[in-house]
Design a protein around this ligand. Sequence first.
Ligand SMILES: Nc1ncnc2c1ncn2[C@@H]1O[C@H](COP(=O)(O)OP(=O)(O)OP(=O)(O)O)[C@@H](O)[C@H]1O
Length: 409
Amino acid sequence: MNTSSIINYFISDFDKYISKRRSIIQDSRYLDEEYVPNEIRFRDTQKEMILYNIGEFINSNAGNNLFLYGSTGAGKTLIARFINKGINGLAIQRKLRLKVSYINCKLISSKDIDYYIFKRIYEDLTDINLKSGIRKQEIHENIYRYLESSDKKLIIILDEADFILNNNSSDLLYLLLRNYDINIYNRIKFVFVANSISFMNDVDQRVKSSLSSTLYIHFTPYNYYELKEILKERAKNALYENSISEENINYIAAKIAKNSGDARVGINILKMSAEIAASKNKERIDREDIDEAFENVELDIINSIIYSLNKNQRIILLSLLDRQISNKGEFVTFTELYEEYIKNIDKFGMKPLDKTTVYKNLKTIELVLGNLVETSVVSKGREGYKKIIKVIADEENLIKMDNKIRKEI
Ligand SMILES: Nc1ncnc2c1ncn2[C@@H]1O[C@H](COP(=O)(O)OP(=O)(O)OP(=O)(O)O)[C@@H](O)[C@H]1O
């Protein structure tokens, strides 16, 4: 067969299969994690604080470092990307001596995290690729030297910063923040992005005092109304007209608002239910497609949590779930969790870890659970302040998770 007849066959097959299946997704880019809408809604308070501080830094060398924190899917990364793109554009348009470096710390695969971060900052600042073999300290010094000699300012955005802030990162932070001591012109500002600010308890005093002028900006989970509007907007751009009813969008929003308020889950459900409906050759997404999508997503989330934890951590999480279920979904104190853990560990015939080790492992679990967990500190009278914790899910999902983890231990 010659090439042109192969191409003809291909094109005829292509047209046949494309026309056979009715697609529901018109442009999937609007459902991508990377997509940044032109206008970010429901985050006006946060935007105002961020932009005001950045403005102060640009115009009068003032302003604070910023720390954006809050649950998963609350728009932190979206805002961080928006600032990154926006500042770059602003600097070009207004000919400002300003640079921005955006680093997603979760994606750093290098073993030497400090080296990677300094190298990236230097390269973003100077637009020059660094040759290998230059020492970390030297790159660090060159960043300040370059800023002085070129009379520039720099905004460093460290997204998913929990991934480095948890790893004995005091030295990195101290070095990064030290520009206050050595640079009277205050040429660098930081924007940290993380789920929680609990790492602050563990950093040493030098870093704490460097971070004392940091403004903490909280991102709360989205409510029903906000989720519904975000999803409506995405559906309008990504799906063919009339592929999903407003009632069904509201149904997705209501289910998510009840659990996590995570916009990412909402967008994933929208995408997955469109794919499920299309695979059944339907023109519209029905309630059953959405329910199927929820089951897949929930299972995916639970599986990825279980996969990320070792056996001891799974038993600790199981103990938390057991106790929360018997507490009718309410918060669990660490003492209650530990009691439950001792019972469970015995059932699984393992040796118990001491309280301190269980506490440390609980922190890892919190990181893996992300927005699915809520912690707080409450006063318990004479016993002093106590940490309380709960998994954010309704009773049905708590039981589902509990059963699945028990099976996997
Ligand atoms: N206000 C909003 N308008 C439109 N889309 C939004 C909004 N907030 C979040 N999203 C979308 O929801 C998804 C998750 O948001 P984002 O990645 O910003 O969450 P996050 O708070 O950084 O979560 P994590 O802590 O897991 O990193 C993204 O696809 C994002 O585009």
